[in-house]
Design a protein around this ligand. Sequence first.
Ligand code: KIV
Length: 293
Amino acid sequence: MSTPPPGKLGLPELAAMKSRGEKIVMVTAYDAPGARFAEDAGIDILLVGDTAAMVVLGHESTTVPVTVEEMLFLTRTVARAARRPVIVGDLPFGSYQVSDEEAVSTAIRFVKEGGADVVKLEGAGTSVSRARAIVQAGIPVMGHIGLTPQSATMLGGFKTQGKTAERALELVNQALELQQAGCFSLVLEAVPSAVASRVTELLEIPTFGIGAGAGCDGQVLVYHDLLGLTEGHLPRFVKRYANLSGEIKGALAAYAEEVRSGVFPDDEHSYSMDESERAEFEAALESRSPVNE
Ligand code: KIV
């Protein structure tokens, strides 16, 4: 791919952060205000995640239904709004599983039409080959193993992965295969901290944990979860840093109450006109011929 625009955080810098032991911060983003807030807060990477299916598109507890067109729309929006953070386009379910060619075509769309800097795909197995093909096409890839929501049914639901020695070793092997395929980084979701730490030590590329403990090179959380915009059950790994849904509902209820009681809009939030113009307007209204005669 071409040289990153001025001011954009480069992928070599992410690798350098890992070697310096500096934590890398990633958060999901789905719209322009969210992207700007995250950039202003100094976030390094914005993941336009397929969690969009649930947190912004209203699908129940699954990322599967979101389409390429929907993800491209959201990715474009985020990419337009942010300058420094690396923009990750998340390839949705069904857009890369069939063949390496399909994976490369989808990844190209995310870069050309979505403005993504890099793409993310889930799983190992055939995904290793997909990752390799995309990297060979010149597009950097972030892998994602452990709990991979697109294949949650195969994994027996939204459950912690790698809890036995055998499954933990499988994760290590998957991580090494994805690194070997050319991935520049890896998300580890819902795996025991001890396993994630060992994977992180064994890899040269940065790891991002979500429910994978403090030993990872960076962390990622879903924007709506950390800000308290999601309601209902949340995974154990989510830490809420605000309760914005409470704030938003309070503000909307206050607005509704003020409209209904006539308190809003008051003079401060309305436009006035010159008294003389107003008098002329009223006189003209009085003397105008009725419309229906
Ligand atoms: O889609 C997403 O938001 C993700 C994160 C949870 C890592 O994949």
